[in-house]
Each structure stands twice: as structure tokens, then as C-alpha cells.
Design a protein around this ligand. Structure first.
Ligand code: FES
Length: 130
């Protein structure tokens, strides 16, 4: 069996939503100290709906594929739903990741949560008010 699924290879080779959003409503940057990979997520939010999302990932292929898939999964969704996105859901949507690459999908979950926290902070909201 190939180490990486076709979906991982597809999102690695043709990542969706790469880039920067100027004047983003929320920005989240996280890194993994062990591998040194860094992921940054930008969110545009309108009426509690994620209308646009972009990412910049300086990292391995699985981190790029995870960011790409995660952005696809939360685009057009309510913020409350995006907050529920788990790394497991990202890995499953990619038809799995090798065990030693699961932490790459964790970065995607953390980057989205951090970006949403940033949005809440900027808008003086707490999660319960969302
Ligand atoms: Fe660390 Fe992929 S090896 S994010």
C-alpha cells in the first residue's frame, strides 16, 4: 500500500486556498517545535460565517495537504462548526495519514482554533456568545 493516499497527494500537489487575506478577521499561526513546521490560517468572517479562508504553510507535504483539506472543510461554514473541526476529521477526509504524520493534521486544527480565538478577541466576544 502506498504511504500516502491519492487525496493527500492531490492536496499536496494542488493545494486549495493558498495565500493571504488582507484585513483578515482572524489570523492563527501555530508551529510544531519538533519538526519546525509552521502553519498560518487567515479567516474572513461575515455574520458568523467563514466566507473566505487562506493558508500559508511552511512545512511537510502532509501539513500542506492537511491545511488545504481543512480550509476546504470550513469554507462557507459557521464559526461554531469550524471550531468543532478535529484533526481526526481532517485526516479522515484525506483518507488517512501515516501514524507519524498525524501531528501534521493537528497543526491544521490548532491553526483554525487560534484564528477563531483571534477573531473573538478582535470582536470582543467569547465563544459562548458566538
Ligand atoms: Fe511536522 Fe508534518 S512533519 S507538520
Amino acid at each position: 500500500m502506498a504511504l500516502y493516499s491519492d487525496k493527500v497527494m492531490d492536496h499536496f500537489r494542488n493545494p486549495r486556498n493558498v495565500g493571504v487575506i488582507e484585513n483578515a478577521d482572524g489570523i492563527g499561526e501555530v508551529g510544531n517545535a519538533k519538526c519546525g513546521d509552521i502553519m498560518k490560517i487567515y479567516l474572513k468572517i461575515d455574520n458568523e460565517i467563514i466566507t473566505d479562508v487562506k493558508f500559508e504553510t511552511f512545512g511537510c507535504g502532509s501539513a500542506i495537504a492537511s491545511s488545504s483539506m481543512a480550509t476546504e472543510l470550513i469554507k462557507g461554514k459557521p464559526v461554531s462548526e469550524a471550531l468543532q473541526l478535529s484533526n481526526k476529521a481532517v485526516a479522515e477526509a484525506l483518507d488517512g495519514l501515516p501514524a507519524h504524520k498525524l501531528h501534521c493534521s493537528v497543526l491544521a486544527e490548532e491553526a483554525i482554533k487560534t484564528a477563531i480565538e483571534d477573531y473573538y478577541k478582535k470582536n470582543d466576544k467569547t465563544e459562548s456568545q458566538a
